[in-house]
Design a protein around this ligand. Structure first.
Ligand code: TYD
Length: 140
């Protein structure tokens, strides 16, 4: 069972030249899980909050591909905020972590690499249920 301390900002490789930057992510090279799904959030209205759930098994790399937003991670004991605004950095979210996403800047794009295909039964959408799951599962 992971804690928010286990969720970290990771520096991604950046190929830079006068015409700009490229960041390349490849399975089995610079990602600690097999990428099974990619999705992105965009056109998020000002003031909208997203997230509000945990996952039993899903791991994610989250990148601010454009603009900025804040992830609030919560392990049922501690909370940690991550402000993302740099496409060359990813937030690695470990399994079993509750997340809220807020403060989307206009035009921001939240790009997510996920370790599993979409599976609604991997979600915990009720915070009380999440706390119960955490309390019933020993923290490593
Ligand atoms: P959700 O993960 O709750 O969004 P967020 O955490 O960004 O607020 O997903 C929103 C809706 O989209 C929900 O009805 C499930 C659906 N969805 C899929 O069908 N497939 C996916 O891969 C994702 C991420 C969401």
């Amino acid at each position: 069972m992971y804690k928010v301390e286990d969720c970290k900002i990771v520096n991604l490789p950046k190929i830079h030249n006068d015409a700009g930057n490229i960041t390349v992510l490849e399975n089995n090279k610079n990602i600690p899980f097999d990428i099974k799904r990619i999705y992105y959030l965009y056109d998020v209205p000002m003031g909208a909050d997203r997230g509000g759930h945990g996952h039993y098994a899903l791991q994610q790399y989250v990148v601010a591909a454009s603009g900025s937003f804040t992830f609030v991670l919560d392990d049922g004991v501690n909370k940690r905020e991550f402000f993302l605004n740099d496409p060359s950095k990813a937030l690695h979210i470990q399994p079993g972590i509750w997340r809220e996403i807020k403060g989307f800047s206009s035009g921001s794009i939240c790009f997510v690499l996920a370790s599993q295909k979409y599976n609604e039964s991997d979600y915990i959408r009720d915070y009380v249920e999440y706390l119960k799951y955490k309390n019933d599962t020993p923290i490593i």
